[in-house]
Write a protein that binds this ligand. Structure first.
Ligand code: FAD
Length: 304
């Protein structure tokens, strides 16, 4: 068995692997797609000490750093079940094989909920984005739309209003679902319009870039067009934890509940990054979190 078995090869898993291997303990990392979400990212400008890089380049650097150490990498493997049985934790893979660890670190990340409307995929990274912290500055001085009136949508609109020219927030329901204090702040901003009861039906563009958001007014059935250069989709983040339901404590959003050391509800099972309850889903946060979970796991090993 591994001393530390990591499931998920994004920034959190890679950092956990480096930290664990540097303790001289037997470390393995199984992942479906090494690199994780950064593989789908164009520019990264907020990983401190790296002024700018590209997602695939960053993913390669993660893998290179991990390979520099004695880490067993099991690529292209999807985990389907976790069995914390006493001293050893077993991870069953979809291939039918199973791996065992004295401790396990789960770092399976998350994916953004998508609108599934025409143009959304076509214009991804050409105006359609999911991360205001990452891409807000790209739309400086331009009009944008935010889709989603929950906390993340309203926070995004407030954040963007300070950078872009104008924000149109589009919400499907008849009212915003964000906390009252956020709604008050939003209403105080001069360059934000809120459109309620509106179903986004298309992200339109000229073939190269986004130029409008199209929605249907659900009350009248009429179709309307908002000219924008950016569309921020903020309708939820879905953690990749479906396979853990019933085994570990998850939040109501499906995130793995962890304590300050990354410990989950099962002894010897740790978790890090976007798949957990840790607030703010960012590369640098996931990486720091992975390091923390590895140290937590090491601490657990020397005590048991
Ligand atoms: P992930 O990166 O999601 O990695 C999860 C890993 O787990 C992957 O290897 C995946 O294949 C694997 N996995 C999932 N399920 C299983 C399973 N059942 N079995 C085995 N393996 C599994 N953040 C920034 O800080 N700056 C940015 O500029 C930025 N831009 C972004 C742009 C885009 C388009 C996207 C999608 C995200 C962006 N983010 C950005 C967010 C950032 O990518 C994430 O916060 C970060 O990647 C989270 O790291 P993670 O290791 O927790 O999870």
């Amino acid at each position: 068995p591994f001393d530390v078995l990591i499931v998920g090869g994004g920034p959190a898993g890679a950092a956990a692997a480096v930290y664990a291997a540097r303790k001289g303990i037997r470390t393995g990392i199984a992942s479906e797609r090494f690199g994780g979400q950064v593989l789908d990212t164009l520019g990264i400008e907020n990983f401190i000490s790296v002024k700018e890089t590209e997602g695939p380049k960053f993913a390669m650097a993660l893998e290179e750093h991990v390979r520099h150490y004695d880490v067993e990498i099991v690529n292209l493997q999807r985990a389907k079940a976790l069995r914390p049985n006493g001293k050893l934790v077993e991870v069953e893979l979809e291939s039918g094989a199973s791996l065992k660890g004295r401790t396990v670190i789960l770092s399976t990340g998350a994916r953004w909920r998508t609108l599934n409307v025409p143009g959304e995929q076509e214009y991804r990274n050409k105006g359609v984005t999911f991360c205001p912290h990452c891409d807000g500055p790209l739309f400086k001085g331009k009009p944008v739309a935010v889709v989603g009136g929950g906390n993340s949508g309203v926070e995004a609109a407030i954040d963007l209003a300070g950078i872009v020219k104008h924000v149109t927030l589009v919400e499907f329901g008849t009212e915003l679902r964000a906390d009252a204090v956020l709604q008050r702040k939003l209403k105080s901003l001069p360059n934000v319009d809120v459109i309620l009861d509106a179903q986004t039906t298309e992200v339109a563009g000229d073939g190269q870039k986004v130029n409008a958001l199209v929605y249907q007014d659900r009350a009248s059935g009429e179709e309307r067009r908002v000219p924008v250069e950016g569309v921020f989709v903020q309708i939820g983040l879905v953690p990749n934890t479906e396979w853990l339901k019933g085994t570990l404590e998850l939040s109501k959003h499906g995130e793995i509940v962890v304590d300050a050391r990354g410990q989950t509800s099962a002894p010897g099972v740790f978790a890090a990054g976007d798949c957990t309850t840790v607030p703010f889903k960012q590369i640098i946060i996931a990486a720091g979190d992975g390091a923390k979970a590895a140290l937590g796991a090491f601490d657990h090993l020397i005590r048991s």
